[in-house]
Design a protein around this ligand. Structure first.
Ligand SMILES: CC(C)(COP(=O)(O)OP(=O)(O)OC[C@H]1O[C@@H](n2cnc3c(N)ncnc32)[C@H](O)[C@@H]1OP(=O)(O)O)[C@@H](O)C(=O)NCCC(=O)NCCS
Length: 124
């Protein structure tokens, strides 16, 4: 079976959260590697927004597949390969990780919005 999750995030909303809680918001939601990548970009909030959408989309795909537990944001690590292709690494608190499923992710953004789609392929 294949399950999907999608999410759309306004970059301005993320910008406002970062401005309001500069340290707290980022440290609560993002891993060190995610933060390092976003902070290297010309407009970090765009990339934080993409990763936020990816984390929400991951939760949706997991819930759609029947998982009851909501994985903490920081346990959903959005990685990039040498071409920029994003992928998801779930942390140790995700139930049954590595689960009987595989995850695939795509992210897109403009200066205003970011969107992410996750496909979950389940063995069951
Ligand atoms: C890679 C490419 C498809 C991205 O298109 P784009 O319209 O600029 O991308 P969007 O703004 O919609 O989305 C950006 C997101 O796409 C994802 N992405 C980046 N490169 C990607 C790739 N090669 N394949 C799949 N997804 C990719 C990332 O998640 C990125 O977000 P991030 O920078 O926050 O991680 C396009 O730039 C391209 O074809 N470039 C040619 C290859 C290239 O130059 N690669 C550079 C790295 S060597």
């Amino acid at each position: 079976m294949i399950f999907i999750g999608t999410d759309i995030v306004e970059v301005g909303r993320i910008e406002a959260l970062i401005r309001r809680w500069p340290q707290r918001f980022v440290d609560r939601i993002y891993t060190g590697q995610e933060k390092a990548y976003c902070e290297r970009q010309a407009v970090p909030a765009i990339h934080y927004a993409g990763r936020f959408a990816a984390k929400e989309a991951t939760r949706k795909a997991l819930h759609a597949a029947g998982q009851q537990f909501t994985v903490p944001f920081k346990e959903i690590d959005i990685k990039r390969d040498h071409l920029g292709v994003p992928s998801i690494a779930l942390g140790s608190s995700a139930p049954g990780n590595p689960g009987p499923y595989r995850l695939a992710l795509s992210i897109s953004h403009t200066g205003q919005i970011a969107i992410a789609t996750v496909a979950l392929e389940s063995d069951g």
